[in-house]
Design a protein around this ligand. Structure first.
Ligand code: IMP
Ligand code: MG
Length: 218
């Protein structure tokens, strides 16, 4: 016999939060009245939710369509770890839902910036596959100063890639120091430090299904 449910046992462990949600889509910024689930223990560390799970889903689906139209089955993606892995896994499934397919590989790299130079790129996980003649798309979580991408584009071209294009979920144009164009873009955001949907601050926030602005970042 099924155990009798205790009154109140279905109470959700997370509650609806009514913090401001801003949808920074390609058509500009608009404030939405959307509810986003934020586990209570994280709330005190967040200023606001910037992009809701639903807004991310809509945009990722549109980006998948753009990529599928442009590349069909000739997609070769290079994903930057760890930040871009959540974005990539959603993007990949949207591409397959359209009937497309993609080959992919992961890199892990960090740029070190000098005072007068654009520094260098330290690659801790590289691609063993042959890139000669391939049209490569780098999948990034966020483009900030542009240093990482400038170096990574150069690195992939040296490995023989025929072309290298950029697909990034987030772009912070106000922070740019090097000229990097984002070919496939999710959202332009102001100069804010964001976490969630793969992005972190000292590993905090990577698993959030939304993108949020963190408190006391300095
Ligand atoms: P860039 O070389 O300055 O363009 O830095 C790019 C990398 O820095 C991104 O791929 C992120 O990993 C990290 N980053 C830059 N801004 C943010 C942010 O607001 N939140 C989390 N990570 C960030
Ligand atoms: Mg990154």
């Amino acid at each position: 016999m099924a155990a009798k449910k205790k009154k109140g046992s279905l109470k959700p462990r997370t509650v609806h939060d009514f913090k401001r949600v801003i949808d920074v889509g390609p058509r500009g910024i608009k404030t939405l009245r959307e509810n986003v689930l934020i586990p209570p223990k994280y709330r005190s560390r967040l200023v606001s939710v910037l992009i809701s799970p639903e807004a991310i889903r809509r945009r990722v689906r549109e980006m998948a369509k753009q990529l599928y139209r442009a590349y069909r089955d000739d997609l070769y993606m290079v994903i930057t770890l760890k930040g871009a892995f959540v974005f990539f896994s959603d993007l990949l499934r949207e591409i397959y839902a359209l009937g497309g397919s993609a080959d992919f590989n992961f890199v892990s790299a960090k740029s070190y910036i000098g005072e007068v130079t654009s520094g260098h790129l330290k690659i801790t996980l590289d691609i063993a596959a042959d890139l000669r003649g391939r049209n490569v798309i780098i999948v990034e979580d966020i483009v900030d100063t542009g240093f990482t991408l400038i170096h990574l584009i150069h690195h992939l071209k040296k490995k023989g890639a025929r072309s290298v294009k950029i697909c990034s979920l987030i772009n912070k144009p106000d922070r740019r120091r090097l000229d990097v164009q984002v070919d496939y873009l999710g959202f332009n955001i102001p100069d804010l430090f964001v976490i969630g949907y793969g992005m972190d601050f000292d590993e905090f926030g990577r698993g959030f299904p939304f993108i949020a602005v963190m408190k006391n970042i300095d």
